[in-house]
Write a protein that binds this ligand. Sequence first.
Ligand code: TXA
Ligand code: MG
Length: 313
Amino acid sequence: METACLSPDQQGFARAAAILRSGGLVAFPTETVYGLGADARQDHAVARIFEAKERPRFNPLIVHVDSIETAKAYVEWDAEADALAGAFWPGPLTLVLPLKPGTGLSPLVTADLATLAVRMPDHPVAQGLLAAFGGPVAAPSANPSGRISPTEAGHVLAGLSGRIEAVLDGGACPVGVESTILGLAGAPTLLRPGGLPVEAIEAALGQPLRLYGAGDPVSAPGQMQSHYAPGGLVRLNATERREGEVLLGFGAVEADLNLSVSGDLTEAAANLFHHLHALDAQGARVIAVTPIPDRGLGRAINDRLRRAAAPRE
Ligand code: TXA
Ligand code: MG
């Protein structure tokens, strides 16, 4: 694949929006860093983000929206969200709020959590793309996993050229560090310091922020071993279906549900949460899973399955 470098004008926005609609990946500038965008409603497109970045696990992603109104369609909005978004959106502040049911977002976006991170970026190119696309854009920073976040189109190309359809070149990002992430599902909690100073948030809220850390149930989002567990137990590397089990397959095996008959890891990632939910809904006592190769997206899939298989509290 050749990565197109698009100019930040109406033609570039239209082309980028068409790529997103067809399930492709477009990197774009925000005021903080460049994001790697996909249509947040398309499972396969979101799976490709993890593939392109070679992320070893499915951490939840931030959904980028064009307005407060749009954000309200996806999350349970409250007075604190209203005050903070009113004061700081568009801008480098991400709010984590309870996810509304039935939004049509891919469960890969939230890593199947009950909360969603949303933000409205303050950059004309990000806004131009969101307007042309007209939908929610899931985007982590546009760097390979474990590398520094990109603040110029050239940084994006150095890391991801040939792995994504396009980058919108909007020059250097003015803020240069990621957004501040604030958890609002409970007491306002700083989840990640970033481009918006904590003092500004505390002044707007009229109260100090809790700091995420010791005493919290998880030390970082998604790290608790059994956090993602379905109702039934999970048995990994199954070679057969035992008494009382349902079998989740990968590749050319006979199973109750198959992540990808053709052995395509991107397709398997796109199906993962949907299939686990479907088997869970059948009331399965044990979900047995056939082996999945531990390369590429298979690493993230296996990480997720190991958490589901971990002993429960
Ligand atoms: O400035 C930014 O925030 C950039 C631009 C592109 O918007 N994006 C960015 O995304 O930094 P990323 O994926 O590199 O970092 C997002 C962070 C991750 O640490 C993730 O765990 C956290 O947001 N996050 C996302 N959804 C969450 C949720 N529901 N609960 C807790 N943390 C969440
Ligand atoms: Mg990042």
